[in-house]
Design a protein around this ligand. Structure first.
Ligand SMILES: Nc1ncnc2c1ncn2[C@@H]1O[C@H](COP(=O)(O)OP(=O)(O)OP(=O)(O)O)[C@@H](O)[C@H]1O
Ligand SMILES: [Mg+2]
Length: 454
């Protein structure tokens, strides 16, 4: 029984028309097959699973487009108590909304990247311009900020979208196998090389190669990579024959490659070759206004994956989720939501949080973060301050300083502060409440400023 080409089946760009065509093929196969062998049934089930995944991906994209298109007023009106509702995501500034809408109208493929923070939008706009070229792109940013996702976005928006996308984790390959992994080998080239083998570069021919964790590549590997980038050809280990490769390079790292190259730990020439287009993804703490959107998105995703109703949260937990520092960025937020969705019943509370980040007993919901330890602050007996506590305290202090400075600059006008930093006003109000800061006390004495926020 002949089924789909498994490579063609899952790889092409996903569209409704494509999905319908695949469903039609499955249907006619089932209708006309005289009998199904066990192997055929397994293949059919596999392909049904691929179809299911594609439908899910498409629906996520649709959801994003809808969220982007909806006017914030309409979203506000939709309400949503303490559920992780997209209603609370109505916080994009007008210019952010316009920029995101413009990307959508230009048929930009988001590949599930959510968000309308100006820094993220700037990165997406650079990605959009870089995608159709063959210029190398270097993506950096802290762990969990979406570097891998961004690499897929660049591939999906480029002219090679239906060609191979090959991902290599440079940090996970032992040094002695690196060359063979990247460039392949001839049979007998070394002990254990029983057959000729293609490397990742050859597999990515005509497509894109994603070199993840490029900062972990040893200096010897860096020299070889540089040669390939210059000559556009590789040699398999144990062979003198050059093989031409046409691959688009996207690399990612959570290290500071410029600094590494200054310190001699990364080749400077390779750094410049890789970073013709340089994209830095913002940490989640620099785009806190997006947290409600991400909570809603991953809440839905987890509900789907775990086959449960979307998670509801107590106000205390919600307060925590909106103000936590997320050192592991979007990955940490996503994992947290999956954990809560799995462990909680109908309503999740702070008790369902992992021990190391759970606010201490007795902390009020409005200040679930630990107080900043001053010189006179003795540690509570029994539990020394953990690294996470320290990070949260530092982030809390920075947040307070930012708010106070902002209010000083804007004469206590929250609306102006929100406009200036493209933040959601109600989110700002919530932060002020959390820190017990009263915008009124920053108002000019002459009473010239009028702020209707309070
Ligand atoms: N803007 C975003 N919208 C939706 N999901 C996102 C976004 N950014 C990241 N994610 C999700 O967060 C998780 C981590 O993303 P990804 O693996 O791309 O991060 P990374 O920067 O490569 O991390 P690391 O440096 O640890 O490898 C993934 O599940 C990804 O789908
Ligand atoms: Mg990664």
């Amino acid at each position: 029984m002949k089924l789909f080409d498994p490579h063609g089946f899952g790889n092409s760009a996903i569209s409704y028309a494509g999905l319908l065509e695949k469903i039609e093929i499955l249907r006619s196969m089932l209708r006309w097959a005289p009998k199904l062998e066990r192997a055929d049934i397994e293949k059919l089930l596999n392909q049904a699973n691929v179809l299911r995944d594609e439908v899910m991906q498409l629906s996520r994209k649709e959801r994003f487009v809808e969220a982007a298109a909806a006017a914030p007023e309409a979203l506000d009106a939709a309400g949503g108590a303490d559920g992780m509702d997209a209603a609370e995501t109505a916080d994009a500034s007008p210019s952010a909304r316009r920029r995101r809408q413009a990307l959508i109208e230009r048929s930009f493929v988001f590949e599930g990247i959510f968000g309308d923070n100006p820094k993220l939008l700037a990165a997406l706009e650079i990605a959009e311009k870089a995608a159709p070229t063959d210029l190398p792109v270097l993506i950096d940013g802290e762990s969990g900020t979406g570097k891998e996702l961004m690499a897929k976005v660049i591939h999906a928006n480029g002219l090679r979208a239906d060609r191979p996308y090959i991902s290599v984790n440079c940090g996970a390959i032992p040094d002695n196998l690196l060359e063979s992994e990247l460039f392949g080998h001839r049979r007998g080239a070394f002990t254990g090389a029983a057959n000729d083998r293609k490397g990742k570069f050859e597999s990515a021919h005509t497509g894109t190669i994603f070199l993840d964790e490029i900062g972990e590549l040893p200096l010897s590997g860096q020299v070889k990579l540089l040669r390939v980038l210059e000559a556009h050809e590789i040699q398999r280990v144990g062979s003198d024959e050059p093989i031409a490769v046409d691959t688009r390079i996207v690399a990612a790292t959570n290290r500071n490659l410029r600094q590494m190259s200054e310190e001699g730990r990364f080749r400077e020439d390779l750094f410049y070759r890789l970073s013709v287009i340089h994209l830095t993804l913002p940490a989640l703490r620099e785009r806190r206004d997006e947290i409600p959107l991400l909570l809603a998105y991953f809440g839905d995703e987890a509900a789907g994956a775990l086959k449960r109703r979307p998670l509801k949260t107590t106000p205390k937990l919600r307060d925590f989720l909106l103000t936590y520092a997320y050192p592991g960025n979007i990955r940490e937020l996503r994992n947290l939501i999956y954990r809560l969705s799995c462990l909680a019943g109908d309503v999740a509370d702070v008790e369902h949080l992992p021990d190391d980040i759970r606010p201490k007993q007795g902390a009020s919901s409005a200040s679930s973060l630990p107080a900043v330890p001053g010189p006179s602050d003795a540690e509570p007996p029994g539990r020394p301050m953990t690294l996470s506590d320290a990070k949260r305290a530092a982030s809390d202090e920075a947040e307070r300083a930012f708010l106070e400075r902002g209010l000083q600059e804007t004469g206590g006008t929250v609306a102006e502060l929100a406009r200036r930093y493209e933040m959601n006003r109600s989110h700002l109000q919530m932060l002020l409440k959390k820190h017990g800061i009263r915008s009124k006390s920053f108002r000019h004495q002459d009473g010239a400023t009028t702020d209707k926020d309070e």
